[in-house]
Structures are given as C-alpha cells and as structure tokens.
Design a protein around this ligand. Sequence first.
Ligand SMILES: NC(=O)c1ccc[n+]([C@@H]2O[C@H](COP(=O)([O-])OP(=O)(O)OC[C@H]3O[C@@H](n4cnc5c(N)ncnc54)[C@H](O)[C@@H]3O)[C@@H](O)[C@H]2O)c1
Length: 241
Amino acid sequence: MPLAVDLSDRIAWVTGGASGIGRVTADQLSAAGARVITLDVKPAPDSSAHRSYALDVRDSAAVEALVKELEQQHLGPDILVNAAGITRDGVVWKLGDAEWDDVIDVNLSGAFRMVRATAPGMRTRGRGGSIVNVASINGIRGKFGQSNYAASKGGLIAFTRAIATELARDRIRANAVAPGFTETPMTAALPPEVLDRARREILLGRLARPDDIASAIVFLASDLAAFITGQVLVVDGGQIA
Ligand SMILES: NC(=O)c1ccc[n+]([C@@H]2O[C@H](COP(=O)([O-])OP(=O)(O)OC[C@H]3O[C@@H](n4cnc5c(N)ncnc54)[C@H](O)[C@@H]3O)[C@@H](O)[C@H]2O)c1
C-alpha cells in the first residue's frame, strides 16, 4: 500500500464546498488528483481545482435532479463529503421552531438527502466509495446555546454509523470528522471572548485552521483509510481531550 494519497481516478463531491472547511477540502482533494465538484447554496465560481453547482441540500427534488444530471455525464461520486452546515444559536427556551428546523434540515437531513440520492449509483458502479460527514465535537459533548446544532451533529454521527453498516457490502465506507473550533466564516463573527475561551480549551493552544480538518477528511476519503468505517475522527487539537 503506497503511503501517498492518490485520488487521480476518483470523482469527489463536496457540499458546502464554496466556503471554509468545504472549500479547503475541495482544494486538497483536487491537489491529491481527484476531479472535484462543489455543491453549495451560494456556489463559488468554477476554478481550475473544481466545478461548482448551485444546490440547496434542503431541497430533495433538486438533490435528486442534480445527481441524475451529473451521473448521466459519468460524474457520479466515488467520494462524497457532506460539509454544508449552519448555526442558529440560542438557549433552548428561546429557540424558535424555525431555528430548530433549519439547523436539522441542513446539517442532518441535507446529508441524508445526499446519501440517499448518491448511494444507488455508487452501489451500481461497483467501485466502492467513501462518504465523510462533517460533524462537530459539539455533537459529542453538547454546547451551551447550541441544542439544535448539537442535536444535528449527534444525529449525523449516528446516521454515519448506521449507513456504514448498510453500505459496507458494496465497499462503501462512511465516517465522520468531528472538528473542534475552526477559523472559518462560520466562526468569524463570534465575540473575541468566545474565541479566547475556545483557545484556552485547546491543548495545542490555537484554533483549528480549515486545512487541519480538510487533511483528516482527505485521509478518510482515501485508500489510506481503506479499513476504517463507521468511525468518528475528532480533530480538535485536544479541545475535548
Ligand atoms: N467552523 C467551525 O468551528 C466548525 C466546527 C465543527 C464543525 N463545523 C462544521 O463544518 C462544516 C463547514 O463549516 P464552516 O465552518 O466551513 O462554515 P462556512 O459557513 O464557511 O461554510 C458552510 C458552507 O455551507 C453552505 N451551505 C449552507 N447551507 C446550505 C444549504 N442549504 N445547501 C448547500 N450548502 C449550504 C454555505 O453556503 C457555506 O458555503 C459545517 O458542517 C459545520 O457545522 C465547523
């Protein structure tokens, strides 16, 4: 087994690929040789590293239609990274239905819709595959003000473990990455004291950068992780150690 990551015969799809962790993951997958397609509700322009499509993962019909269109062009995924995600923070007694539903709809049901739509093609093509769902340490430990987000990410971890059992017979692996606090547009707007508190929690003494998380995703997507499925890889610099 060669130790270098070589994805030159793979097609990789990344939801949420226009920004933050998803964007850097798309770049790293492309650098490893994959043909990369990013899917985002606010798509980035095409680049030399990837083709971009507009897709709202809340919309089942749109997900099904785009999967069909791309599969007809022989661009069905070998690697699927579900990185689309949102936060709508608030303590539970002030959380409205919309804040609860939106977060579950994007973070959990969005990944479900992508897997449901792509799994039949992955199984039929018979090339195996790798699904990596981007969860969060807050889906493991819970977090003040994030009951909706923590529930979505905890659910995503359970979903990942369940689909790993269903897809293993087709050599399709499913794993989750659970990032700690990462410097992206999602966290940029938070008050400095929240960032300081996170920094104090992290054994390695700094916030994660998107490339820290992307490398773990690329590892799980690659053949270096050929015997790893149904796992959650915590990438947090020791934040919840
Ligand atoms: N930043 C962190 O500290 C952190 C920590 C743990 C987990 N995560 C997770 O990592 C993932 C990426 O987050 P990020 O920090 O890079 O955030 P980000 O806001 O930079 O990127 C999220 C992307 O998802 C897209 N998106 C949102 N709703 C969508 C929808 N309905 N359909 C398609 N795309 C949609 C956005 O347009 C954006 O491009 C998320 O799932 C997030 O929950 C982030």
